[in-house]
Ligand binder design. Structure first.
Ligand code: SAM
Length: 267
């Protein structure tokens, strides 16, 4: 696999940082519910530049181990440099294609995966390898979307609504499924996993909130790619910019994000 649809350029790297800040409390709560603690071994699928992996590494401490697998060599290098700078020898980021390379079977306590399954055109291969990679009683936690159609800016976001549709279309055209978490629980149950948690995680924010900034940045950073794909136009972008400005002047305006689902399951 070569061209991941969101890209790995600097603006996307910054957007992932903002996204991680917003969603960090939800991730940490999920890890707590999954019993994460010192000394454990964690595998992260599609770790990006290692933003969550760094925190997982702090949580497991020097006696633990975190292995983050990631397609982009640039993200692996960025995350590995951060790990070294922070003296987190328990963290390893490794270049890996989830569609081609075998998952290491190291008896992990936890497998964490966020916003990655939605981009994979084929899920069976990686899902088949989850149980062999875990110790008996090991857990998987996925934060993937359940309902992308909730993405919107109210009440002004007509172009923003079209943007949400275009973004979903781009994910589907690249072989992914924006609402992949409609399927993952059933696919895990078929593989013998016990389903422990299905928790919807909605997000909503008025202008100026971190949630609003996250969604505005998505429109700004991903808009040019949607234009290159022919799914969005310069006129659409201009209208979206005007709607965002209008919302910033209206204290009653608010963004709603695509709805995430926390899925936790045990081998
Ligand atoms: C939206 S980012 C999420 C990054 C990270 N999981 C986080 O929560 O910040 C999606 C990541 O999945 C990675 N990815 C996409 N396809 C992949 C594949 N086939 N194998 C490994 N990583 C992949 C991308 O390179 C990108 O870093």
């Amino acid at each position: 696999m070569s061209d991941y649809v969101l890209g790995t350029h600097d603006a996307e790297l910054a957007r992932l940082g903002l996204q991680h800040e917003l969603w960090r409390p939800a991730a940490q709560a999920a890890w707590r519910r999954a019993g994460l603690g010192p000394g454990q071994r964690v595998l992260e699928l599609g770790a990006g530049p290692g933003l969550a992996a760094l925190e997982l590494a702090r949580a497991v401490g020097p006696e633990g181990r975190v292995l983050g697998l990631e397609l982009s060599a640039a993200y692996v290098a960025a995350g590995q440099a951060l790990a070294e700078r922070e003296g987190l020898g328990q963290l390893e980021l490794r270049r890996h294609d989830l569609l081609a390379d075998p998952l290491p079977a190291e008896g992990f306590d936890l497998i964490w995966c966020r916003w990655v399954a939605m981009f994979l055109p084929e899920l069976d291969g990686v899902l088949d390898q989850l149980a062999p990679a875990l110790r008996p009683g090991g857990r998987v936690v996925f934060h993937e979307y359940l309902h992308w159609d909730t993405f919107g800016l109210h009440p002004h976001g007509t172009a923003i609504r079209r943007f949400g549709q275009a973004a979903q279309r781009s994910f589907r055209d690249a072989g992914g499924d924006p609402n992949v978490n409609r399927h993952l629980p059933s696919l895990l149950a078929q593989r013998g996993f016990q389903i422990n948690e299905l928790r919807p995680l909605p997000v909503l924010g008025q202008a100026g909130s971190m949630a609003a900034q996250w969604m505005e940045s998505f429109v700004v950073v991903y808009g040019p790619q949607l234009q290159r794909l022919g799914l969005w136009s310069a006129a659409d972008a201009a209208q979206a910019t005007a709607e965002i400005a209008q919302a910033q002047r209206d204290a009653g305006s608010y963004w709603v994000g695509p709805t995430l689902l926390e899925l936790r399951a045990t081998k």
